[in-house]
Every structure is written in structure tokens, then in C-alpha cells.
Design a protein around this ligand. Structure first.
Ligand code: ADP
Ligand code: MG
Length: 205
């Protein structure tokens, strides 16, 4: 079972958006059994599930203390992929829990403030020797700033080559409980997401 923890100390970087979208995409593989764990009291992933028609993925609220046990139960139940949506907090349990991930994903906007705020997660993951990667999300489609940030960031930290741009399909699909892959399968948003998904699968091996 692969565990992806999506975490950052910074709010609004796209943790929940990427979590539910990557999970919805994985659900299209009929060999996969997919779960999402929502550890954020804001409950964004839970909200998405509450308006979703499909029974897949399973989405659960989990308290930090129960994370390990829940992961172990999911593994016993034959789950193959779990995305974990973390809250933007700087707590000891966050640092400790990163060790349960096959890959820690840190979504960030392409701005110095966001990178600064998210870098604590990077430091924590590195300290415990875990695989970790930045994902640039919400990039402007009209400027090359994100490409420049990616180029610079690459020299000093692991970062996905796929840039997820700011696209309405990400916003509109959430309210319907859908992933962009289901809402607009031929869209640029879906195409970027598929590319990111492939990159993340490779990195988690
Ligand atoms: N790639 C994107 N394109 C457009 N809107 C996005 C994108 N990623 C996130 N958003 C929007 O930005 C806001 C914050 O995203 P969210 O996933 O809730 O962040 P977090 O979970 O890190 O707090 C939400 O309103 C969401 O719809
Ligand atoms: Mg969130």
C-alpha cells in the first residue's frame, strides 16, 4: 500500500485540491483501492466526499493519534493507495507522522512567502530521511514565474517537473464532488494532473 502525505505549514496551497484530485484519478485504475484520510479540522476532503455520488474513494476523518492504526486497517482491508490531507499546522505530531508516508508532497504557490512557509515540512521530512517533493500549484497561465521558480528550486530541492496551473476546472469540479479527470477529462487541468500523478507514482517507488 502506498501512502502519500500531502502537507505544508501554509494554508491555501492546494493540499486538499491535489489530494482529492489525485485520489479520484487513481480510482480510475480498476486494480486500485483508494482511500483519503482527512486530518484537517476544516474537513475539505470530507466536504468533497459529502457532495460526491461515487462510493470511491473511501474518505475518512482521522485524528492524528489514530493515523497509524487507520493506515494499518486500510492495508489489512486491501487498500492500495492512500492520500492523507494534513492541516497547515506546525505540531510535533505532524513531524512524527511524516514517517508513515512513501512520499511527502508539499504543494506550494510559486512565491517566496509560500516556499518559505512550506520549507519546514521539507526540513522535517529530510530529518527523518523520508522522500519528499515540492509541487508547484496554482501557477499563473499568463506569466512564466512558476517556470522560473521551478528552475531555481530544482537546484536545491526535489520538485516535480509538472506545474499545476490555476484553472477553473479545479474549482468547479470540487463543488460537484468530482475530480477534474471526471469533470473535464480532456482539459488542461486533467492533463497536468495525469502528468503529476505519473511523476508521483515514480517518485514513491
Ligand atoms: N490549481 C488550482 N487552480 C485553481 N484553484 C485552485 C487550484 N488549487 C487550489 N485552488 C483553490 O485555492 C483554494 C485553496 O485550495 P485548497 O486545496 O483548499 O488548499 P489547502 O488545502 O492547502 O488549504 C481553494 O479555493 C481551491 O479551490
Ligand atoms: Mg485543505
Amino acid at each position: 500500500m502506498k501512502v502519500f502525505i500531502v502537507s505544508s505549514q501554509k494554508g491555501g496551497t492546494g493540499k486538499s485540491t491535489l489530494t482529492v484530485n489525485l485520489a479520484a484519478l487513481e480510482c480510475q485504475n480498476k486494480h486500485s483501492k483508494v482511500a483519503v484520510l482527512d486530518l484537517d479540522p476544516q474537513g475539505s476532503s470530507i466536504f468533497w466526499k459529502s457532495v460526491r455520488q461515487s462510493p470511491e474513494p473511501k474518505v475518512l476523518t482521522v485524528e492524528p493519534d489514530s493515523l497509524l492504526m487507520t493506515l494499518s486497517e486500510l492495508e489489512d482491508d486491501g487498500y492500495t493507495h492512500v492520500w492523507v490531507d494534513f492541516p497547515p499546522v506546525q505540531k510535533k505530531w505532524v513531524r512524527k507522522s511524516l514517517q508513515y508516508a512513501d512520499l511527502v508532497i508539499i504543494p506550494t504557490r510559486a512565491s517566496p512567502f509560500d516556499l518559505h512557509s512550506g520549507s519546514l515540512t521539507l526540513d522535517w521530512a529530510k530529518e527523518i530521511g523520508n522522500k519528499v517533493v515540492w509541487v508547484i500549484n496554482g501557477a499563473s497561465v499568463t506569466s512564466k514565474t512558476a517556470e522560473m521558480v521551478l528552475h531555481t528550486l530544482k537546484k536545491e530541492a526535489p520538485v516535480c517537473n509538472t506545474i499545476i496551473h490555476e484553472r477553473n476546472d479545479f474549482v468547479l469540479s470540487i463543488g460537484l464532488g468530482l475530480g477534474v479527470i471526471e469533470y473535464a477529462p480532456k482539459s488542461k487541468a486533467a492533463s497536468e494532473l495525469k502528468q503529476l500523478h505519473q511523476e508521483i507514482q515514480r517518485l514513491s517507488k
